[in-house]
Design a protein around this ligand. Structure first.
Ligand code: MN
Length: 739
């Protein structure tokens, strides 16, 4: 046991509590401080026997969450109290009623909401989705539940180091899958970026450390560049009498990493590592004019790229973001993004929703409608409560990610839809009836089909027909969850009717064949036709997608199957469910809590090889599949199907071969191809599965699929290939197809 100095700990707790109070001070009114003290005392008492995984007193966590609420989100007393008590009802003896009588119904309601959505990781996938849905339900009542939850998540991510690896994986996946998009949608830019950076830190630790070092290294040269870039602008701003501040902040580590991956380039070649930000101190009613005046000054010195002008000052984003962005050509021959905004806009960009409230008085009402209308949309979505929870989370998530497209009705009313929305989405947005009867549309007076993708500034007139009816295809044409759920509702009705018809047909057919009809037979038919549910089977018969005459074949099949089943069940007595791999020369991958040697397959989406960080996923039909933790599908699998994840770990390197994909880029020359293949097949004795090369522009761009033994082997191969004359870069490539 480690000796704990309780007296020192008590002092530290008090020190942290006073720091919280100091930060909250500007927000406090009347007897707020007294209430916070009361909440703190209750929390200290309730958690006094508990410690975090790191060994620290538990109270450090609620204190830190409260501090994030104040300092990083800009929340006030109610949220501070809720944050201090957020784990009390869940983890200790304290009852919700006690909180209600001590702190009032508002605090109690928030804590109730937070309690309902905790314990997310202990349950299976649908439970988790259901929890998430519950959390959003509380959004319509009090958005502070989500804000405190985000603060809670942020602190848990910051202190993730002391968690076991498999818990880390689940937590980070859920964070990247749901919480960071949610933070983004609420305009909490700083929190969103930190969550993403932490995700990278625990997903690819080495890459992360490397990037942090490189960003630090390039800091002084970056500052020099910004200084000389801003020089003429600063002079002019001073001359005009602006009060301002200039910042040159590097982009988040995660976004730099994303760029490197997407464009397949090293750190040194990411040119927009940072943006220059000019923050103006301007009264509210002069903001717009001031921003454009500064834009005019900037573009007097540097030529702007006309395609990169973003005006979120006139039309803010739906998450409340306001800023004027332009990208200009610097004298060093590089594009530089310049963001022009006021102090108020900057606060909103960093702190999101809460900062919005702070500035609400005297604000243009049109500007605050974005977020309000988003919350209204979430409310609408929640009312469609017959979709299952997982589907709901998916729908919700796709809405979180979307950026907007601005379009107009024939009368000139502005409608904001997620980008990717179609004419059909627009129709459903106007009215369900109009959507259901939509035949096509006229966009800017030109006839377009239902699936036409809307562009900014389009003016849309919907054409309807009373004979029109939604069909399955429509689901592929829409991007909004509102349209999707309305179409599904209609389809469900039609499907129900088709299934009733289908059942009658099946019963008639069986009667002819003299097979008695019951639930067992229905289920065997379902299995024979490989349908998911009996209703699906009936539906297909009803719609004529399954020919009833095929049911006759089922009868013959049934006889055959009974014979073979008898043989099989005998075999089963001799072998286990899972075949053990015993050949000592072969690869050993240990799977599950007990680290067993089980049968598995490699997922085709990420082609893991020994040495990779991996996990197992229990599939419905194909046993355990092994994915890399960096697989593009990993966040979804880990966060949505937590209960189907099993741990997996390599025991030792082995002689077997694994498929890896390499991308080779270089300048083409005669014989380059031969040199590359020589190294692969002769020198290193590697088997190639396929090679494809594009040399059209004098650039050699090849993709080679080959078999290697391990990551070490692969690294060896890469460094050899990089030495070939003409080859500029060799990288391992993930194939993105979903497996
Ligand atoms: Mn917590």
């Amino acid at each position: 046991m480690i000796a704990v100095d309780l007296e020192a700990e008590r002092k530290e707790i008090l020190r942290r509590y006073r720091r919280l109070l100091r930060k909250a001070k500007p927000f406090l009114k009347d007897n707020d401080a007294k209430l916070i003290k009361k909440a703190f005392n209750l929390s200290v008492e309730a958690h006094k026997e508990m410690r975090r995984k790191s060994g620290e007193p538990y109270i450090f966590h609620p204190l830190a969450v409260a501090e994030i609420c104040v300092e990083e989100i800009g929340l006030g007393t109610t949220s501070i109290i809720a944050a201090l008590l957020h784990d009390v009802v869940e983890d200790t003896e304290v009852e919700l009623d006690e909180i209600k009588s001590s702190f009032g119904p508002k605090v109690a309601k928030i804590i109730d909401g937070l309690t309902k959505i905790s314990g997310v990781f202990e349950h299976g996938s649908s439970q988790q989705a259901e929890n998430f849905r519950k959390m959003l339900l509380t959004l319509s009542e009090d958005v502070r539940v989500i804000l405190v939850k985000l603060a809670d998540r942020l602190h848990n991510m910051r202190t993730l180091g002391s968690m076991p690896r498999h818990k880390q994986l689940k937590i980070i996946s859920e964070t990247i899958y749901l919480y960071s998009p949610l933070a983004h949608r609420l305009g909490l830019y700083a929190i969103k970026s930190e969550l993403e950076d932490l995700w990278l830190k625990y997903t690819e630790p080495e890459v992360y450390v490397d990037l942090v070092a490189k960003i630090a290294e390039s800091k002084s040269s970056r500052n020099r560049f910004i200084k000389s870039f801003m020089n003429p602008i600063v002079d002019e701003l001073d001359r005009t009498g602006f009060s301002y501040e200039v910042k040159g902040r590097p982009k988040s580590i995660y976004s730099i990493w994303n760029k490197m991956k997407k464009q397949n380039i090293p750190f040194e070649e990411v040119y927009d590592l940072f943006a220059v930000r000019i923050i103006l101190d301007t009264p509210y009613d002069q903001e717009k004019a001031a921003c454009w005046q500064v834009y005019s000054i900037v573009t007097d010195f540097y030529t702007p790229n006309p395609d990169r002008l973003r005006d979120w000052v006139s039309t803010p984003k739906a998450n409340g973001y306001e800023s004027l962005h332009t990208t200009v050509m610097s004298r060093a021959g590089r594009w530089v993004e310049v963001q022009i905004r006021t102090q108020r806009m900057n606060d909103i960009a960093e702190k999101g929703y809460a900062a919005h409230w702070k500035y609400k008085d005297g604000m243009n009402p049109a500007h605050e409608s974005g977020l309000e209308s988003w919350i209204q949309k979430v409310r609408d979505m929640l009312e469609q409560n017959d979709t299952n929870a997982i589907e709901f989370v998916d729908d919700f998530r796709s809405n979180l990610f979307s950026e907007e497209v601005f379009v107009f009705t024939p009368k000139g009313d502005l409608k904001i839809l997620p980008s990717g929305a179609t004419a059909l989405d627009f129709a459903f947005d106007i009215h369900t009836e109009i959507g259901a009867k939509c035949l096509g549309a006229k966009v800017n007076n030109r006839l377009v089909p239902l699936n036409y993708q809307l562009k900014n500034g389009d003016q849309i007139e919907i054409l309807t027909s009373n004979k029109q009816r939604p069909n399955e295809d429509w689901l592929r044409f829409v991007a909004t969850s509102k349209a999707k759920s309305k179409i599904k509702d209609t389809l469900k009705e039609t499907k129900k009717q088709a299934a009733i018809d289908g059942k009658e047909i099946v019963q008639r057919k069986l009667k002819q064949m003299k097979v008695p009809f019951d639930g067992d037979v229905a289920n065997q038919l379902r299995a024979y036709f490989e349908e998911k549910t009996v209703t699906d089977f009936y539906y297909k018969v009803g719609r004529g997608l399954i020919d009833p005459s095929q049911i006759k074949n089922f009868k013959d099949f049934k006889k055959e199957r009974q014979k073979s089943l008898r043989v099989k069940s005998k075999d089963f007595e001799y072998s286990d469910d899972f075949k053990k791999i015993e050949d000592p020369g072969k690869d050993i991958l240990l799977i599950g809590e007990d680290m067993d040697v089980l049968d598995y397959r490699y997922a085709k989406c990420c082609n893991p090889i020994p040495g990779d960080d991996v996990f197992g996923f229990i599939t419905v039909n194909e046993g355990i599949k092994i994915h890399r933790t960096t697989c593009p599908n990993a966040p979804e699998l880990l966060s949505r199907h937590g209960n189907r994840i099993v741990k997996a770990k390599w025991m030792s390197q082995q002689q077997n071969a694994f498929l890896a994909v390499l991308r080779i880029i270089g300048t083409d020359r005669v014989g380059l191809m031969r040199d590359v293949t020589d190294i692969i097949s002769n020198e290193l004795k590697v088997n190639m599965q396929s090679i494809s090369i594009d040399t059209e522009t004098g650039i050699f761009d090849g993709q080679i699929r080959l078999y290697v033994n391990s990551t070490k082997h692969l690294d060896q191969l890469i460094s050899k290939l990089e030495k070939v004359t003409g080859v500029m870069r060799v990288t391992r490539h993930d194939s993105r197809e979903v497996n």
